[in-house]
Design a protein. Sequence first.
Length: 299
Amino acid sequence: MGMVGAVVALCGMWCCRGPEGRGLETALHAILADAPAQVGVAVIIDGKDTVVVNNDVRYPLMSVFKLHQAIAVCGALDASSRDLDLIMPVASEDLDRNTWSPLAESCPEGNDSLTVGEMMDYLLRFSDNNVSNILFDRICTIAETDSFIRQAGVVGDFRLEVTERQMHADHGLSYRNWSSPLACAVLVDRVFTDSLVSAEKQAYIRQCMEECDTGRERIAAALTGKKGVVFAHRTGSGYVNDRGQVIAVNDVGYVSLPDGRGYAIAVLVRDYGGPQSDADSVIAAISAEVYDYVSQQVR
């Protein structure tokens, strides 16, 4: 059975025995029982076995959508026969000084030039908001990004409608970029097991995700020190709504095990009524449960 067939057949009802004799889905529900938020989880193991929890919610993506953007940018470059060494000028007026932007810190006066590859590094490793806005302005719009991911055949519900610039101006717009956990897990699984864009560009996306510096206290926290495990991911979080809740605390990624197996995992948290660090801990606990289950399975 292919991955899509497995999702249809197993989504929401597949039960597996966990490391402590419980089904993985049951174990995940137990972790989430007291979380002051809506929390969704999707796991795809070896491209087929699929577990989802609380998948029928529209979770704000925040900067997770920069993965979608990177893929669409690479697709646009492929379509015009351009490579990641394409030079992009950066002027002072391109750099908002009041948003998260390591690029603005390293280039305070603007008037610099970067390759698209260098900009992708800022986008995926450091989650740079100015770089995201520049790439939307010059290479691939938010609407074109949404369309590209859909045309790539990504299974699951999602919608991309607003840029970082728009969300910064009106935090309430953050809810208009949303996804189910399953759609995120499917996208990540495709990045690491299938072909979405040209091989060189897709390999670069994977490399940037492996070097991502954000959110190491989330999924990665449960994998630290695990010999031979390689983790690649993209995070998204931030803004507080008018109810005092953190709008989103997210982490999506791919875990490669030393025996050649791997799994995509997406954990999306909506409207967390507490410190973001507590939401990080919930994600880390989910990651630990999933890792323990998968690592103990017989290949």
